[in-house]
Design a binder for this molecule. Structure first.
Ligand SMILES: [Zn+2]
Ligand SMILES: [Zn+2]
Ligand SMILES: [Zn+2]
Ligand SMILES: [Zn+2]
Ligand SMILES: [Zn+2]
Ligand SMILES: [Zn+2]
Length: 458
């Protein structure tokens, strides 16, 4: 009997997954699953470097399941006396670095060199130990970012397959169901059978009590900002995932949006008596595709507070008749630079306009006021995407803006990261935002006079 047959027989008794080739029985194949007790850290190289300074950033992911090692072992004739075993290892996609694969392949030759009698057994045992030892990596494995999605998807599919094959007792109908018939809620992880979830949510939506479309567990809640218990709504996209009818989900998303708008006091009614519209708001953009609504509460996203919007916050546009009006005085829109309302309100408007003038510069292409809060002096206009220098207002090459700050002898040399307060005033020659209203000074005076008069009266 060939010595190779004896070795293979012993190993197959221990590892039944060790298979022999159809044509060549001495060509062995082994699939080594990578299922870890301790998660392994993967470091995905970010493709973009920050400001071209050559810094490489990594996105870290800890994973427990990775695509298996495909191990092919050839025992040539002459093995074990005169010929070493030949091994090739791969993974699909190739997430384990080539140097590591080479090291594991070379291990077979090293074992053969020692002259031990049961090389195949020792080798396979060492390979099976590798995953739990994290392949010898102690500070993560560096991987190209293009593999990130496929590796995360692989892990999700392994977890899903295990879930589908499990048996679960639904706490609503009290029946035992297979995992494939159940659904795990994304936020809290509570599991119910799809039938119970479907019937419960459909009934709630038909009744119009959209606030009850939450986890059916009686004590499942999160803490709100004020410390109270709230039961977060199930996002529309998740209702689709669990098999709800699109028409029902559409109705749910529509009713939730309408309820939120109706109860929001920052929304003002259209001043036209014949119109029942209300002001359009960035808080309530037109409804998007329900399959994309994955946020817990799509309708309560925080309002953007850029200085640009603060200045325009008095303007309102009716979502029905499209009348543009002032949300404070309810008159047809009178422009940003006209004051209305009480003297306190007008003074606050003035202060915010002065702040913007102090802390912004003008885009050299379109004239928009650009505010710099922090960061470098390479600016990109939010309106027209022009790249320019915050210090001198020069237009910069979008693909390569940095030579402007790296050319010896120019006024902006090495000024890329200089904060506004440290920019020498004599070099700060950029144009400020001009006063757009010709009667600006007169209006400011009127407000100041009014304030003095009020103070006198007290
Ligand atoms: Zn059930
Ligand atoms: Zn829950
Ligand atoms: Zn209207
Ligand atoms: Zn007004
Ligand atoms: Zn611009
Ligand atoms: Zn410059």
């Amino acid at each position: 009997m060939d010595e190779r047959d004896a070795e293979i027989e012993v190993c197959q008794a221990i590892w039944p997954e060790l298979t022999q080739g159809q044509e060549d029985p001495y060509l062995l194949n082994l699939v080594v699953d990578v299922e870890l007790n301790d998660p392994l850290e993967l470091l995905f190289k970010e493709p973009e470097t920050v400001h071209g300074e050559g810094n490489v950033n990594y996105v870290s992911e800890k994973v427990k399941y990775l695509p298996p090692l495909q191990v092919a072992i050839a025992l040539p004739s002459g093995y074990p006396e005169t010929a070493p075993p030949q091994v090739s290892i791969s993974t699909t996609p190739s997430w384990l670095p080539r140097e590591k694969l080479q090291e594991l392949e070379d291990l077979a030759f090293s074992l053969w060199k020692t002259g031990t009698s049961d090389i195949l057994y020792c080798y396979i045992e060492r390979i099976f130990e590798q995953p739990q030892d994290h392949f010898g990596y102690t500070s993560g494995i560096k991987i190209g970012s293009e593999l990130r999605l496929s590796l995360l998807e692989f892990q999700a599919s392994v977890i899903k397959a295990a879930f589908d094959a499990s048996t679960i007792a639904c706490t609503v109908c009290l029946e035992r169901k297979s995992g494939a018939e159940c659904y795990k809620l994304a936020r809290c992880g509570h599991v119910f059978c799809k039938g119970c979830l479907h019937d419960f949510y459909t009934a709630m939506i038909q009744e119009g009590s959209v606030q009850s479309v939450t986890c059916p567990s009686p004590d499942c809640h999160i803490l709100s900002a004020s410390g109270g218990k709230v039961q977060p709504s199930i996002p529309p996209a998740e209702l689709l995932d669990m098999g709800m009818e699109p028409e029902t989900v559409q109705r749910y998303a529509y009713m939730k949006r309408k309820k939120a708008i109706d109860s929001d006091r920052s929304i003002v009614r259209c001043p036209r008596t014949w119109c029942d519209g209300s002001s359009r708001s960035k808080k309530y953009p037109p409804m998007k595709d329900i399959a994309e609504m994955r946020e817990l509460d799509e309708t309560t996203t925080t309002e953007s507070t850029s200085s640009d919007e603060a200045l325009n916050s008095k303007i309102a546009i009716c979502d029905k008749c499209e009348l543009t009006f002032c949300r404070r005085c309810k008159k047809t829109w009178h422009g940003d630079f006209a004051f209305c309302g009480t003297s306190e309100e007008a003074a606050a408007d003035l202060a915010s306009m002065e702040f913007i003038q102090q802390h912004s510069c003008e885009c050299p292409s379109c004239g928009s006021a650009i505010t710099k809060s922090s960061g470098c002096n390479h600016m990109v206009c939010f309106n027209c995407r022009t790249h320019f220098c915050y210090i001198c207002g020069t237009w910069l090459e979008p693909g390569n803006p940095y030579p402007h700050f790296n050319t010896l002898g120019t006024q902006c040399y090495q000024q890329l990261w200089v904060e506004e307060d440290l920019i020498e005033r004599k070099t700060l020659v950029r144009r400020r935002v001009p006063d757009r209203a010709p009667n600006f000074d007169a209006q400011v005076n009127a407000i100041l006079m009014e304030q003095l008069r009020l103070e006198d009266e007290q």
